[in-house]
Design a protein around this ligand. Structure first.
Ligand SMILES: [Zn+2]
Length: 372
């Protein structure tokens, strides 16, 4: 190998077709069963987009090849080894990706696996609580950024809703004790599902530039390092490196505590006619509560006073085929209890949402939207 690798590799043997593309000095190769060629180009496109994004965000790709190799659906997963990704036919190769209202599974899974070449292979966590945050949570974040660039924030919303639901279901079924994210153990609902929502929330607060600069600095410090391996405490110190006190509190809420919101768009109304300047008056009633749970699910109310998205839509945000349907999108200071928000807009909205892009861990995200 051209760069250090972990003592961890896969051996596969099969009669396969291949498609090979050279891209900026990297040989991208997909090996597939001869009748399963449908999504090969989509996977190659995802590898290219991912290598581009991760290289500029976190630093160079360390190998000269990136190979994806299909295996039958005895098992349903893909896994990243150094420059090699065994990939089940059932989570990409035989997926019907023609319906554009659905998440592009092969594109997403590929981006996640490519991200592991940085998160897991360039830096890997100490064998202690929270280690999976450094591999899985950061790979999820990286893949979601590639998805957002490709498909836009409106389509990412569906994915984050799914991740949030999986987290909420996971904590309901927890047999022992829910850990805060920075101490996740074998709890996939934390380091995958909650991790996606949390990282996108921190991205929303810090912005792409600052968050990626923090991750890049963390990676630079610990690249190929095993004496010692980093823990989530190291990661958190980088995430907070130039954060304001309010941002640091938010990061702690997400990682060190089990923080839950219940935001509801309770009532919406709009004037029948536009005023003489052509504006409609919109009144929104948002109910809000913030809680902290312990590992057994016992909740304590926390004071809430945070900037939260308020969005007006001209179409149903559940309709992934809708385009240009955001009429108004601003953060408003939301406090515990009833918040009355008055807006003036030129176009009549059809839906109003509080945190509609699922940037917070909300116990019921269905009531975040209301129809006029
Ligand atoms: Zn993974």
């Amino acid at each position: 190998m051209d760069a250090p690798i972990i003592n961890f590799y896969a051996v596969q043997s099969a009669e396969l077709e291949s498609k090979k593309v050279e891209y900026n000095g990297v040989n991208i190769e997909v090996y597939f069963h001869k009748s399963h060629a449908w999504n090969v180009d989509r996977m190659i496109e995802s590898v290219q987009d991912s290598i581009d994004y991760f290289t500029q965000a976190f630093g160079p790709y360390q190998h000269k090849q990136l190979r994806i190799i299909e295996f039958p659906r005895y098992r349903s997963f893909a896994q990243s080894f150094a420059n090699t990704v065994p990939y089940s036919e059932s989570i990409g190769f035989v997926t019907d990706s023609r319906d554009e209202s659905k998440i592009d599974l092969p594109y997403y899974v590929t981006a996640h696996e490519v991200a592991h070449q940085w998160w897991g292979h360039q830096v890997s966590g100490a064998n202690v609580e929270g280690a999976a945050v450094m591999s899985e949570t950061l790979s999820q974040y990286s893949a979601l950024m590639v998805l957002e660039k490709r498909f836009g924030p409106e389509k990412l919303r569906k994915f984050l809703k799914y991740e949030l639901d999986r987290y909420l279901m996971g904590r309901t079924g927890e047999a022992f004790e829910e850990m805060p994210l920075y101490k996740t153990q074998a709890q996939q609902y934390l380091h995958y599902n909650k991790g996606s929502v949390v990282m996108m929330a921190i991205y929303d607060r810090l912005g792409e530039k600052r968050l990626n600069a923090a991750l890049k600095a963390f990676l630079n410090e610990f690249r190929y390092q095993s004496t010692p391996y980093p823990t989530t405490l190291d990661l958190l110190s980088y995430l907070k490196q130039d954060a304001t006190q309010a941002e640091q509190n938010f990061i702690d809420d997400q990682f060190k505590y089990i923080t839950l919101y219940e935001l509801e768009m309770k009532e919406v109304s709009i004037s029948d006619e536009a005023d003489s300047d052509g504006f409609y008056s919109v009144t929104l009633n948002v109910e809000a509560v913030k809680q902290r749970a312990d590992g057994q699910g016992e909740e304590t109310e926390q004071p809430l006073d945070e900037l939260i998205d308020i969005v007006l839509f001209s179409d149903d945000p559940e309709n992934l085929l809708a385009e240009d349907f955001v009429i108004y999108s601003q953060k408003h200071q939301i406090v515990t209890g009833t918040n009355i928000i008055e807006l003036r807009v030129k176009e009549k909205p059809l839906f109003a949402g509080v945190d509609p892009y699922v940037k917070l861990v909300d116990k019921d995200n269905v009531n975040n939207l209301a129809k006029f």
